[in-house]
Design a protein around this ligand. Structure first.
Ligand SMILES: [Fe+2]
Ligand SMILES: [Fe+2]
Ligand SMILES: [Fe+2]
Length: 484
C-alpha cells in the first residue's frame, strides 16, 4: 500500500510569486507537476491532501484559487482524500469544491480516519470528545492498519520541538495508542518532522509542498504494518547541473502558458543549471493549419506568416541568452530541414525532429519493412545537417498509434554516432524505448534530457528521465553520458 501526501500548497493567484519561503504564486503549477509525477512515476494507491491548499481561503479570491487548484488535483488518477487546513476558509466552503470524504474511508486494506478538528489559538487544534470516541468505533470491526488524518500535528508532548499540537494532545495520543493506530499523519508544520514513535503509533508531519525542494511525502505500508517513509521532490537536485534542452515558448501553437520570463523563473525554481528554447521551426514560418502540410510538401512561406524574427527578438528582450534560443527543426518529406539556409545560420542551437512521415501523413497502407526503410532513409539525410540532438526519436510512430517497425534501432544508433548527434530522452506524450537507449549508451551515443515543455509544470521535470536511465542499466555519473 503506497500513500502519497501533498500538503500546504498555499496557492494564491493574487500574491507575489514568493511569500517568504512559501512559493504561493506558483503552487498551482506545483500541483499540476505533482499530479503528473504521481500518475506517471509514483503510482500511489491513495493521495492525501492535508490542508492549507490555498493561502487565503477566507476571501472570495481564495475560494476561486481553490477551484483553480482543484482543476489540477482532478488530474490525479488515484483516489484522493482531502481535508481543509486553517488557511482554507470554512469547512463547508472547502467541501463545495473538494469532495467531502466519509469520516472513515477504507482503501486497499487500510482504514483512514478523517479528522476535521477546530482550531485553537497559536495555530493549535482541539479534538472533540465525539471524535475521540470515533476512533474506538473505527477499531471495533477492523483488524487492519488505521491511519488518522489531521491538519495540525498531533504528537505526544515533549517528543518534538514543533510549536503546534493539540491542546488536548495527551487525550488524542492516548486514544490513538488505545485504538492501535499505525500512523498519525499531519501537515501544517512546514518543515515537517521525521517519524516519532510512541506506544506503537508512528506520528509524522509531512513537509509543505510550497517550500524548499517542493516535496511529496511517500509512505509505503507493508503487510505486517511496517512503514517506509521517503520524500520525492518536484525540484531537481541542483548539484546535478541538469540542462533542459527542449523547452517551448508562447510561440508554439500547442503551448499553454509559456511566457518567456516565467520559463526562466521556473527553470530556476525547479533546480535547472540551464535551459534551451527549442521552438518549432514550422510554427514560426507557417500558420497552424499549414504546419503539417509544410512538412509533407513544398508550400510558400509568406512573409505575413513569419514569426521567427519576432521570436528571437522577444526572447532577447526577456534576457534569455541568444545561445540558449534555438529551434526544434522539423524534418520535411524528403529529409531536408524545414528552415531556409539563411535562417539556419542565425540559429545557434538546433535540435532535429521528425513529426510527420509521408506514408503516415498520406495514410498509405504500407508494410512494416517499407515504413522502416522510409524512416531510416529520412534520418540518413536529415542527420547530415548537424543537430545537437534528435528529439523524441520514434515518437512519430507512437503518435500514429503504430508499433516501431523492427530493425530501426541499430541503424539509427549508427547514424547518430557517425553524425555526433545526441538522442533525446523525452516523455512528452511519449514513452522512449529502453532497448534503443541501451544501444545508444553501449555505442557511446550521448543522450539529452528534453522536457518538451508546453506548460510550465513540465520545465526541467526529469524524474521520469532519470528513472529511465536506471531502467536502461545506467547507474554511473550522468555527466558521462548526457550532452549539455
Ligand atoms: Fe496550517
Ligand atoms: Fe517535437
Ligand atoms: Fe517539441
Amino acid at each position: 500500500m503506497r500513500i502519497a501526501v501533498l500538503t500546504d500548497s498555499h496557492y494564491s493567484s493574487t500574491e507575489a510569486t514568493t511569500c517568504g519561503a512559501r512559493q504561493t504564486g506558483i503552487a498551482d503549477i506545483l500541483m499540476r507537476r505533482a499530479a503528473f509525477r504521481l500518475n506517471r512515476l509514483l503510482r500511489p494507491d491513495v493521495v492525501i491532501l492535508l490542508g492549507d491548499m490555498v493561502n487565503a481561503g477566507h476571501l472570495a479570491s481564495g475560494q476561486d484559487d481553490l477551484r483553480t487548484l482543484w482543476q489540477h488535483v482532478k488530474l490525479i488518477s488515484s483516489p484522493v482524500i482531502a481535508i481543509p487546513g486553517n488557511h482554507d476558509g470554512p469547512v463547508d466552503d472547502f467541501y463545495q469544491v473538494a469532495p467531502r470524504p466519509a469520516p472513515i474511508v477504507d482503501i486497499a486494506g487500510v482504514r483512514f480516519v478523517v479528522n476535521l478538528d477546530p482550531e485553537r489559538p497559536g495555530y493549535n487544534a482541539f479534538r472533540e470528545e465525539c471524535d475521540l470516541a470515533r476512533l474506538v468505533e473505527a477499531r471495533q470491526d477492523w483488524r487492519g492498519p488505521i491511519v488518522t488524518l489531521q491538519h495540525v500535528p498531533a504528537f505526544p508532548l515533549g517528543l518534538h520541538s514543533c510549536p503546534y499540537n493539540y491542546v488536548n494532545a495527551t487525550a488524542v495520543t492516548a486514544a490513538e495508542a488505545a485504538a492501535g493506530v499505525t500512523l498519525s499523519l499531519s501537515g501544517h508544520y512546514h518543515p515537517g518532522f521525521d517519524p516519532l514513535n510512541a506506544d506503537g503509533v508512528t506520528y509524522l508531519a509531512a513537509p509543505a509542498l510550497c517550500e524548499g525542494a517542493f516535496p511529496i511525502t511517500l509512505i509505503d505500508l507493508d503487510e505486517k504494518g511496517g512503514l517506509t517513509i521517503s520524500h520525492e521532490n518536484l525540484k531537481m537536485p541542483e548539484t546535478a547541473g541538469l540542462v533542459d534542452t527542449h523547452v517551448h515558448t508562447r510561440y508554439a501553437y500547442c503551448n499553454e502558458n509559456m511566457e518567456p520570463n516565467r520559463i526562466a523563473a521556473f527553470a530556476h525554481a525547479f533546480g535547472l543549471a540551464e535551459f534551451r528554447l527549442s521552438e518549432h521551426s514550422g510554427h514560426l514560418l507557417h500558420t497552424c493549419p499549414d504546419y503539417y502540410r509544410a512538412q509533407d510538401a513544398t508550400i510558400p512561406a509568406p512573409a505575413e506568416n513569419r514569426r521567427l524574427d519576432a521570436y528571437l527578438a522577444e526572447m532577447a528582450a526577456a534576457d534569455i541568452p541568444a545561445a540558449w534560443t534555438g529551434l526544434e527543426i522539423d524534418c520535411r518529406h524528403d529529409g531536408t530541414p524545414l528552415l531556409a539556409p539563411a535562417d539556419w545560420e542565425r540559429i545557434p542551437f538546433r535540435i532535429g525532429a521528425l513529426h510527420q512521415m509521408p506514408s503516415i501523413h498520406r495514410r498509405l497502407d504500407v508494410s512494416q519493412e517499407t515504413l522502416r526503410d522510409e524512416f531510416l532513409g529520412l534520418m540518413e539525410r536529415f542527420l547530415q545537417y548537424d543537430f545537437f540532438s534528435l528529439a523524441h526519436p520514434f515518437r512519430v510512430f507512437r503518435r500514429a498509434k503504430l508499433p516501431i517497425p523492427p530493425g530501426c534501432f541499430s541503424p539509427l544508433v549508427r547514424m547518430l554516432k557517425e553524425t555526433d548527434t545526441a538522442a533525446e530522452i523525452n516523455f512528452h506524450t511519449n514513452e522512449p524505448p529502453v532497448e534503443f537507449f541501451r544501444e545508444c549508451l553501449d555505442a557511446g551515443v550521448k543522450v539529452t534530457l528534453g522536457s518538451d515543455a508546453h506548460n510550465l509544470y513540465e520545465v526541467g521535470d526529469f524524474a521520469l528521465h532519470l528513472d529511465f536511465l536506471k531502467r536502461c542499466g545506467f547507474n554511473g555519473d550522468w555527466r558521462d553520458i548526457i550532452r549539455a
